[in-house]
Design a protein. Structure first.
Length: 361
């Protein structure tokens, strides 16, 4: 018999259709729900329009409308200080150090499943609910597993690899067994105002996609020009500051090389960006730090798994060597293109997420 506390759920409501339907499903299953929207940043501080981000007043009103429709309490929590420290500052630092971050992973790790998780505890809620497409399963031995969503086209398990056993025990993903069409159908049937609202495709605080422009506005710093070189050090041209480039980039280089050239490496200490051919982007090995094991308590020293090194990539077979308590070395069977420092490497055993971490080299 579940206690009253175990039937209380805090719903993270972004104003989008996914979290709205998640709230509806939890209420339908008899949970005592509280809807909340996290205020993550001041739009003007990020230099973006109020209407072009997930923190817009429109999104708050959409979430409030759904909560009212469902008859559940609704609040807006101010997490701007946490978001600046844990997401925006990390985003900037990564680019300044020649890496390409994934801020959605940091937002999940530090905001949704940390700051919000603690707020849920304060409110006596046993579960945090989000609209992510992923699944949580409890193994016979009591260990919680993170699994891919039933709909591979919407699977978001890659950005959730940092979840701990404690967090998994107090998290639910009601959309994990559904596809997007089913989600929109439910929203339409419930007359949710946001039933046809398009999915957000951009980083919330950089909706125009101009990362370098955001970093310059955010820091107030000037990032000096430097040399484009080939791998032998020959100067090919001049870049406009290392924050404007990422490994694998071809467009926007302003180089007339007579053939396609790509960013193959970024060297912050020398303020240099190395260019090369497409084949120079392929590598088999990488190191991963800050690794969180989900399916293992104590992993074997070496094991086989499938791995992916970017969100939209199909996972590939690899040998994994555990190099420390929170670090692994991955050797792919086949070379992979544009393995990028700062991105996540996530390991899978079929539908089960073994764990993941940050690529460091």
């Amino acid at each position: 018999m579940e206690s009253d506390n175990m039937k209380k759920a805090l719903i993270a409501m972004s104003g989008g259709v996914d979290s709205s339907v998640a709230a509806y499903l939890m209420k339908e299953h008899g949970y005592d729900c509280i809807g909340v929207t996290m205020k993550l940043f001041q739009n003007e501080d990020a230099g973006v329009s109020r209407k072009k981000s997930c923190c817009s007043l429109d999104d708050v009103e959409d979430a409030r409308s759904v909560a009212h429709n469902l008859g559940i309490p609704y609040y807006v929590f101010n997490f701007t200080a946490d978001f600046k420290k844990q997401v925006m500052d990390r985003f900037v630092a990564a680019y300044e150090n020649g890496a390409t971050p994934n801020p959605c992973i940091d937002c999940n790790r530090y905001l949704k499943f940390n700051s919000l998780y603690h707020r849920a505890e304060e409110l006596g809620c046993h579960y945090v609910i989000t609209g992510h497409y992923a699944r949580i399963e409890k193994r016979e031995d009591g260990r919680y597993l993170l699994k891919k969503a039933a709909d591979p086209a919407k699977d978001q398990s890659y950005v959730l690899y940092s979840l701990t056993q404690e967090q998994l025990a107090h998290t639910m993903f009601p959309l994990g067994d559904m596809n997007k069409h089913q989600t929109r159908m439910i929203a339409d049937q419930q007359n949710f105002y946001n039933a046809d609202k398009p999915d957000s495709q951009d980083i919330c605080f950089v909706p125009d996609g101009d990362y370098a422009g955001f970093i310059r506005r955010f820091t107030g710093k000037d990032y000096p020009a430097g040399d484009f070189t080939d791998k032998d050090g020959n100067v090919l041209g001049h870049h406009k500051g290392i924050i404007g480039y990422t490994v694998g980039q071809r467009k926007g280089l302003g180089i007339a090389a007579g053939k396609p050239v790509y960013v193959t490496k970024i060297c912050p200490a020398e303020n240099r960006v190395i260019l090369g051919d497409n084949e120079d982007l392929f590598h088999r090995e990488l190191d991963v730090e800050d690794f969180n094991f989900i399916s293992f308590d104590t992993p074997p020293a070496e094991f086989r798994a499938k791995a992916k090194v970017r969100y939209r990539q199909k996972e590939q077979w690899a040998t994994v060597k555990v190099t420390g308590e929170h670090s692994v070395h991955i050797i792919f069977d086949e070379p992979q293109r544009a393995i990028t420092k700062g991105q996540a490497a996530v390991l899978y055993d079929g539908d089960v997420v073994i764990g993941g971490g940050v690529i460091t080299g």
